[in-house]
Design a protein around this ligand. Sequence first.
Ligand code: OMP
Length: 268
Amino acid sequence: MSEPFGRRLRAQMERRGPLCVGIDPSPALLSAWGLDDSPAGLERFTHTVAEAVGDLAAAVKPQSAFYERWGSRGVAVLERVIPALREAGTLVILDAKRGDIDTTMAAYAEAYLEQGSPMAADALTVSPYLGFGSLAGTLAVARGNDAGVFVLARTSNPEASALQSAVADQILDGVAEANEGAGGLGSVGVVVGATLDKVGHPLDRLGGPILSPGLGAQGASPADVARLFAGVRRSVLPSVSRAVLADPGRVRPLVERYRDECAERLRD
Ligand SMILES: O=C(O)c1cc(=O)[nH]c(=O)n1[C@@H]1O[C@H](COP(=O)(O)O)[C@@H](O)[C@H]1O
């Protein structure tokens, strides 16, 4: 590993355009592809998406839950696809949304961010609702491995608003502090859903990337993302899953379309 995650992400977004492609092999999508809801179906779906976008998307975000459904056989699929995606030149953000006390979080960080671990990704989504300080060990492991962390701040689901808006400032301050002195885009990001009407908290001092899921199936468009993040657009990595995954033959062209529109809208 050569460079901190934030700088690698900045380079990827400039080279490939600002789009993260989620791999969410739900039973409904496996069925739409004519695949069995089984580890073999999961593997076929996953590798088809990886081949379609590994050389195209700035980042790819496998949703761990759809693999964990199958226990060790599903996790084995994840263990195979993460290195394959990284080999293809994309950054892997593992979406596992881990959150626990500090020592347990450090163990999750070793599982997902320690280079050499079977599931080592470039970045991990984490939950700060045990207190921002509970992430200290995770941030340390990430830093030591040039990996990234995306901390939930304002998620895309409507039921999150009351809880998260009460503590979002603490989380954003913690992230800003963790990115101090990064020099370029920091490696500690936040998750802010593209579906929000407004963020309601300042994002201009974060210093790190903003992962923004909610494009497509949850109703947001690239124009919504541009409106929501006016002033910080160059730090935004929109993420799309179902809207590009419905048909195996159309994954690549749909990703190209979203990527081009996001690049156009988030130019500045
Ligand atoms: O962390 C995430 O990626 C995430 C955060 C959030 O606020 N909302 C959200 O939908 N996600 C994830 O992003 C993906 C959204 O999928 P689509 O709605 O199909 O694009 C799912 O894997 C969600 O778990």
